[in-house]
Design a protein around this ligand. Structure first.
Ligand SMILES: O=C1O[C@H](COP(=O)(O)O)[C@@H](O)[C@H](O)[C@H]1O
Length: 239
């Protein structure tokens, strides 16, 4: 896989500094992008990232009205389910005055296969006539098994080369039905950013960044810039 424009690993003192570093980077990139093209296309993940953004984003200066928010992966569940990633962002959306129509959400009440196809079509309306969409920034998580988005170790979706968005119905982490961006989309982004905190992430961070084991998060090698933001506990093997 080709190396992108840069691979930056920041190890900062604690969670509060991870939150700040992440928020500052989002502010810087979004302001630049909005000034040149009037819109900021960002993809968000679920899990621990939601908490980082709830704390960090209300403190930054950016024109949130120009944001268009996609989901790097989403669970195929009702929006009011505690498992819905969009559901977890609703409170933050209110705080940031992001309107409902700024979120590109999965269609409700259909199967994972149908939801993935539909999400791919929705994406294509925002990225017309391209082979692969080019997101300004994708905010990614890394699970304890090295998964990112809903791309799990050893799963056949790691080899998906044609779809923008793929369904998964056998996710090893519940809930089993999800949709996920695929690697060609992830690796076409201008920025892919991981943020991780805590000692429970340290061994996996080492396996990915130091040992470069073939795990899903290791395969995130965008043509743009790759940034990892870690606290001292998660990044202890990189120090
Ligand atoms: O299931 C998921 O897990 C990953 C990682 O979550 P974390 O809590 O370990 O940070 C997350 O990035 C993904 O969006 C989510 O669906």
């Amino acid at each position: 896989m080709s190396q992108g424009q840069g691979n930056l690993v920041h190890v900062v003192k604690n969670r509060a500094e991870v939150v700040k570093k992440l928020a500052d980077l989002i502010a810087e990139v979004s302001v630049k992008k909005i000034s040149t093209s009037g819109v900021f296309n960002i993809g968000v993940s679920g899990g621990s990232l939601v908490g980082f953004l709830k704390e960090g984003l209300p403190k930054i200066n950016t024109d949130f009205s120009k944001w268009r928010v996609f989901f790097c992966d989403e669970r195929v569940v009702p929006e009011d389910s505690p498992d819905s990633t969009y559901g977890q962002y609703k409170e933050l959306a209110t705080t940031l005055k992001l309107k409902e129509n700024q979120f590109v959400t999965i269609k409700q009440g259909i199967s994972a296969e149908e939801a993935a196809e539909d999400y791919g079509r929705q994406m294509a309306r925002h990225f017309p006539e391209v082979e692969w969409p080019e997101f300004d920034m994708l905010l990614l998580g890394m699970g304890p098994d090295g998964h990112t988005c809903s791309l799990f170790p050893g799963h056949k979706l790691l080899e998906e080369k044609t779809k923008w968005v793929a369904p998964i119905t056998d996710s090893p982490k519940p809930p089993p039905s999800r949709v996920t961006m695929t690697f060609p989309v992830i690796n076409n982004a201008l920025y892919c950013v991981f943020a991780a905190c805590g000692k429970e992430k340290a061994d996996m961070v080492k396996r990915i960044l130091v040992d470069k084991e073939d795990l899903p998060a290791t395969r995130v090698l965008p043509s743009g810039t790759l940034v990892w933001i870690l606290d001292e506990e998660a990044g202890k093997h990189k120090l």
